[in-house]
Design a protein around this ligand. Structure first.
Ligand SMILES: [Zn+2]
Length: 194
């Protein structure tokens, strides 16, 4: 049912007046609005079959409710600095620059997942054979973020699946400064190293 163009929608008595041109609500969420920002973002793959598990891990284990999401095919691969992906790196940089500044992020969580189609397509290998590259890319992506945003907390995880069970495993990047992306202090960001 749509409202008459001249009719004003009211959610409930005394509540917000939404204006004359909004259709009737199709659904009212049970979730309630929380205005405070959590200061954390998780960057992971778009694969929706993993999304609920990513949410559960971030909410229950990392304790970052209502975290910002950046879901991209391949996830952290976008930040790994491959020469052929320079455009992806630039796109991710502009999005993250905005979120770090405006959403005041102080923590970024990177999650790569087992059986990711991005890696399967790129490497032409079965899921198990892609894992070493995915771990390398997590380290490279973390180094990229540390270079772009010194002081920001970066954590890296590999999400695994055994049959229909999910598990999350921290990938150690402590002290790792290895990156395919030249430092921000370098004269160019285009000269990526494979
Ligand atoms: Zn994926």
């Amino acid at each position: 049912m749509r409202t008459h163009p001249n009719e004003t929608v009211r959610l409930d008595a005394g509540a917000i007046t939404l204006g004359p041109h909004l259709p009737m609500a199709s659904y009212h969420a049970t979730e309630r609005w929380h205005p405070e920002r959590i200061g954390a973002l998780a960057l992971y793959c778009s694969d929706g079959r993993w999304g609920e598990a990513f949410d559960e891990f971030c909410h229950r284990h990392l304790q970052i409710p209502r975290y910002d999401r950046l879901a991209l095919p391949g996830g952290p691969a976008w930040l790994a600095g491959y020469e052929e992906d320079a455009a992806l790196l630039d796109a991710a940089r502009s999005q993250l620059d905005f979120l770090v500044r405006v959403h005041e992020l102080d923590q970024i969580v990177l999650i790569s997942h087992y059986g990711c189609a991005w890696y399967g397509q790129r490497l032409g290998q079965p899921a198990d054979e892609c894992l070493p590259t995915q771990a390398d890319d997590l380290r490279a992506a973390a180094a990229t973020l540390r270079d772009w945003y010194p002081g920001l907390r970066v954590e890296t995880f590999l999400a695994m699946r055994t049959h229909d069970w999910f598990s999350f495993h921290q990938v150690d990047v402590a002290g790792s400064s290895w990156s395919r992306v030249p430092s921000a202090n370098a004269t160019t960001r285009r000269g990526l190293i494979r």
